[in-house]
Ligand binder design. Structure first.
Ligand SMILES: N[C@@H](CCC(=O)N[C@@H](CS)C(=O)NCC(=O)O)C(=O)O
Length: 334
């Protein structure tokens, strides 16, 4: 398998070399760029290298009240009509203004599940944030940072790294968490947040790259939504899809997955079971585990694998409830 991924990487580096032909970049540098493009690091260990692409892969219905004044036979009749366009009205949970951070900037890859986990949190708690889309090859947007992964969140000048740590810190900042750490260590929410990081995210890559057409679909999504130059977009799309097809086979072995779709469906059903008939794990409103599951599933939801998951499991209703709660985004458009 190592050989397969090396071959794929070699094939991709040839493609990049051709694409950069005449640009004055040496083959060795091109290959380093390629390593970064495909594995997110040029110097990390094999596990980290494999993780990059695997992890790259990221209406409010209120009631409207209308007041109409109508004149009839000399009399003024006022009609107040309340129209509800949906069965269920959801609400976000904005923090009190005194704890709302003033300047929040997310460094991210649009299709990265960890970044989407952070976005689900920011969106649900209605915390306005700017986004800097990082180029996964040059990473020039995070050159200033020692930590080279995304998400990175700058909160009023303070750098926060790692999706779970970011969410933990933000929860404290907006005073969501009053309990001390030992009290939450074993609670249901913590247990399922860990399940997302330790299990659910590992099931995603083998699914979205499981065959050539799904790998291409995924890379079309990644390259259309990410920060890539024109040539990078084309080369990364095809070369990346080819490489990740092989790498995902390795990931299956690493995480003991035999049938990736069965594993995805099983994870979705496990989550539905955890809900035990509740609207959300948090009861009538989402908690951090709901937001984490939703966040990492968001980039795959409308890919073939996500559609299959909704079609073949009972997760769809919960997912739609989450969409209704988390959207619209609080992202500040540049
Ligand atoms: N545990 C980290 C994982 C972050 C991570 O692996 N991010 C990927 C993108 S989805 C990354 O930046 N990879 C680049 C690299 O490994 O160099 C988190 O939860 O934020």
């Amino acid at each position: 398998m190592r050989r397969a991924s090396t071959l794929a990487s070699f094939a991709v580096s040839k493609t990049l070399a051709a694409a950069h032909g005449g640009s004055g970049i040496s083959v060795a540098v091109q290959r380093r760029l390629l390593q970064s493009a495909l594995y997110g690091t040029s110097s990390g260990n094999a596990y980290n290298r494999r993780r990059w692409l695997s992890s790259l892969l990221g209406p409010f219905t209120g009631s409207s009240t209308q007041v109409a004044s109508l004149g009839a036979a000399g009399a003024l009749v006022t009609v107040v009509a309340a129209a509800s366009y949906s069965q269920q009205v959801y609400a976000k949970e904005p923090p009190p203004p005194e704890v709302l951070p003033r300047d929040v900037v997310l460094y991210q890859y649009e299709a990265c599940p960890f970044c989407n986990k952070v976005k689900a949190f920011l969106d649900y708690f209605d915390i306005p944030y700017k986004v800097v889309e990082v180029n996964p090859i040059s990473k020039k947007e995070i050159k200033w940072s020692d930590y080279k992964k995304v998400p990175i969140l700058m909160v009023d000048g303070e750098q926060l790294n790692d999706s779970s740590a970011i969410i933990e810190k933000l929860s404290q900042k907006i005073r969501l968490k009053e309990k001390d750490d030992s009290a939450i260590e074993d609670d249901e929410e913590t247990k399922w947040r860990r399940w997302v990081d330790n299990h659910l995210v590992h099931v995603l890559s083998p699914n979205i790259y499981r065959n050539t057409s799904e790998a291409l679909e995924s890379f079309d999504y990644i390259t259309s939504n990410g920060n890539f130059g024109f040539t990078e977009r084309i080369t990364v799309k095809y070369a990346g899809a080819a490489a990740m097809y092989f790498v995902s086979k390795n990931l299956k072995k690493k995480y003991n997955i035999t049938d990736e779709r069965a594993a995805l469906y099983e994870a979705a059903e496990t989550w539905v079971e955890a809900l035990s008939g509740r609207e959300f794990l948090g009861g009538s409103k989402p908690n951090l585990a709901d937001l984490a599951v939703f966040g990492v599933l968001r980039p795959i939801r409308y890919l073939r694998s996500g559609k299959d998951m909704v079609e073949h499991t009972r997760i769809g209703e919960w997912y739609t409830r989450m969409e209704n709660n988390v959207e619209p985004s609080s992202r500040i458009k540049a």
